[in-house]
Design a protein around this ligand. Structure first.
Ligand code: FE2
Ligand code: FE2
Length: 291
């Protein structure tokens, strides 16, 4: 599906999804005990109509087979090769469809996330996770529809949890009535571990696969599951987890508030920060990233 299809762009900008996350999870103190999705569903605004349509399409089209096809294509990383700093410029083309007066560009969100992590004294690899965590949104620039790039992620190949936002929209998904996929475990085994579970396709899995050789395991969990709100905020899918996932969950939870609550209208002073970040990127990442 190309971006010329209206179904590719239900949101006015990708930020609408993240603004909506803030409405669902307004309070940093309420991690894991925040508002339920049921309470949230009673909330209506015009902006929410675009978010609702976005989730309708996401839940309709993210099937097990769809995800396998995207993995087979994108995980070859044969689309593009760029120096890291050029990749941020590439990603920033995404600002085009949003309001430049009110929204900071993608790089500013990444930098505000990483700076908030740095200010709290966390390890430098976690600062780098903050800087890189949304790089996978370049999928939009390769023609992917918004619903295959952003939005909450969830396992495919087994029954959809009612803890996923707008669970009613899964009724239209062909996997919902496919007996191979619509049982509690579906194609998986009890306690198999998330590494053996296929997640809906989006920017989390893509950036995880891009960077999996360069960061510690805790950081890789932050990248891979940062949009898996049904797990890290709502506690769903316990039956798929193994001990390693349960151990890593606290790192995913540690990261989430920096992603959600670091947004600030004042951009950080990049010229001052540049030497630190150039050294950080050079310490962990190769000179070029493959997309
Ligand atoms: Fe993200
Ligand atoms: Fe983010």
């Amino acid at each position: 599906m190309s971006t010329s299809n209206p179904q590719a762009l239900p949101l006015n900008s990708l930020d609408e999804w993240e603004d909506d996350l803030l409405r669902r999870y307004p309070d940093p103190e309420q991690i894991a005990s925040g508002k339920t999705t049921a309470e949230y569903r009673n909330y209506d605004t015009p902006e929410r109509d675009t978010v609702k349509e976005f989730y309708r399409l996401n839940h309709l089209y993210q099937t097990f087979d769809f995800v396998q096809a995207k993995r087979a294509d994108y995980l070859q990383f044969n689309k593009k090769e760029m120096p890291v700093w050029e990749a941020f410029h590439f990603l920033n083309q995404l600002v085009d469809d949003s309001d430049p007066d009110t929204d900071l560009d993608q790089f500013q969100h990444l930098l505000q996330t990483s700076e908030a992590i740095r200010a709290d004294g966390h390890p430098d690899w976690m600062v780098l996770v903050g800087l890189m965590h949304d790089m996978g949104k370049v999928l939009c620039l390769f023609g992917e529809p918004q619903w295959a790039v952003v939005g909450d992620t969830f396992p495919v190949g087994c029954a959809y949890s009612d803890k996923i936002v707008f669970p009613e929209f899964f009724a239209g998904n062909p996997d919902y009535t496919n007996e191979r996929f619509n049982t509690r475990l579906g194609v998986y085994q009890e306690g198999c571990g998330l590494r053996n579970v296929t997640m809906s396709w989006g920017h989390d899995e893509y950036v995880y696969q891009m960077l999996k050789d360069y960061l510690p395991e805790e950081g890789l969990y932050m990248l891979r599951y940062h949009s898996f709100y049904a797990w890290h905020r709502e506690g769903a899918y316990g039956y798929l987890l193994d001990d390693h996932d349960r151990e890593m969950l606290r790192w995913v939870k540690l990261f989430n508030p920096y992603d959600l609550y670091s947004k600030n209208p004042n951009p950080p002073d990049w010229q001052t920060l540049k030497p630190y970040y150039e050294a950080l990127v050079a310490k962990y990442l190769p000179a070029h990233l493959r997309f």
